[in-house]
Design a protein. Structure first.
Length: 360
């Protein structure tokens, strides 16, 4: 097992990474929670696979376990579902000395973390990410949120977990689509700061080869995430580099009602579109977009969106409207993350109305 410490003064915590780690979570919890109530929040995909495997570790007193299963998918990450869970916690008399456990992918982690940040003005929580996307990205760094009709993650907080427990073995039960969904975030890390990781992904050529290298791949991503989170816990400067592909990606997700494209697929589209445009503008080295498109295709991710039955200009207007309410839109300026080349990135400010230049 490997440990990585996220150094954030009073908000510091450990990430534990190890094969088979899920089977020993109870032994890793701090002693103070040995008699506390535990609310395990998971979803309808993960529950049949891992909920009992986790909860049976507390068989000495099953009455202290509250199992909460939400419907799988982004549609559950909203204030209505959050409200229902608040009520379940209150009915079970959860207090600030108890613990929430997020067992699932990015949706579960975001929702459970948001509930932890706001229930009784803050209750401790841990992350047990079960998707590749959550293991390399969303479970670390304390960004927790829910969606509202106007956009993704617009209601949220910065609320660091007590700990993160990552078991790469649980990735074996993922469908290919959701495995590759997580690889989009791995590609993002490689593009912004790790050319050697990009080269490794080029060589791997498929899921089996990736899984054989998964410990080192996850570790590489965690080190990059640690670097940016420690520099900029509240996402006002350096941490923005982690948003490569996300400005367009979030807009694509919203315009397709969070149903047609997964988060990773939308981010892949965003990375390709923004890199093609920046290369055409002379901001990115020639050939970079082709390298990116090749690896995106290699891992079964989309290069562009298939728009609705609308004229191109009408659909682009929908995308621009979604971008306009993006959290990275500050004082009518967007901070875009662009590549100089693979492994080197920089921030580029544009006026909000110039966003259409990156949607062609």
């Amino acid at each position: 097992m490997q440990k990585i410490k996220i150094n954030l003064e009073k908000n510091s915590y450990e990430i534990y990474l190890g094969q088979g780690l899920l089977g020993g979570i109870a032994k890793l919890l701090p002693e103070k929670y040995s008699t506390a109530k535990l609310a395990i929040i998971t979803d309808s995909n993960v529950a049949p696979l891992y909920l009992e495997r986790l909860s049976e570790q507390f068989a000495d007193d099953p009455s202290r376990i509250l199992k909460i299963v939400i419907s799988a998918g982004e549609a559950s990450k909203n204030l209505i579902v959050a409200g229902e869970i608040y009520e379940q916690l209150a009915q079970a008399k959860f207090s600030r000395s108890d613990l929430i456990i997020a067992l699932g992918g990015g949706v579960v982690g975001d929702l459970a973390g948001f509930i932890a940040a706001t229930y009784m003005r803050g209750i401790k929580f841990i992350q047990i990410p079960t998707s590749l996307l959550a293991q390399v990205d969303s479970s670390i760094g304390g960004k927790v949120a829910v969606d509202i009709p106007s956009g993704k993650n617009l209601v949220g907080a910065f609320y660091q977990p007590l700990a993160v427990y990552i078991d790469p073995q649980v990735l074996l039960t993922l469908e290919d689509r959701f495995y590759f969904d997580g690889l989009a975030e791995v590609i993002k890390y490689a593009c912004i700061k790790d050319a050697a990781l990009f080269a490794k992904l080029e060589v791997c050529q498929g899921r089996t080869a990736i899984q054989a290298e998964i410990m080192e791949i996850i570790l590489s991503c965690l080190k990059i995430k640690k670097h940016y989170v420690e520099l900029d816990e509240f996402d006002t400067g350096e941490r923005m580099f982690l948003n490569f592909g996300h400005t367009i990606g979030h807009a694509v997700e919203k315009c397709f009602n969070f149903s047609k494209y997964t988060h990773g697929e939308a981010v892949a589209i965003g990375m390709v579109l923004i890199t093609q445009a920046s290369e055409e503008m002379g901001l990115t080295c020639k050939g970079t977009s082709e390298k990116l498109k090749k690896i995106i295709t290699q891992y079964q991710l989309p290069l562009n969106y298939q728009q609705e039955q609308l004229p191109t200009n009408v659909f682009q207007e929908k995308l621009l409207t979604a971008i306009a309410v993006d959290k990275k839109n500050l004082k009518q300026q967007l901070n875009l993350v662009l590549l100089k080349e693979v492994g080197q990135s920089f921030l580029h400010k544009i006026k909000s109305e110039q966003a259409e230049l990156f949607l062609r």
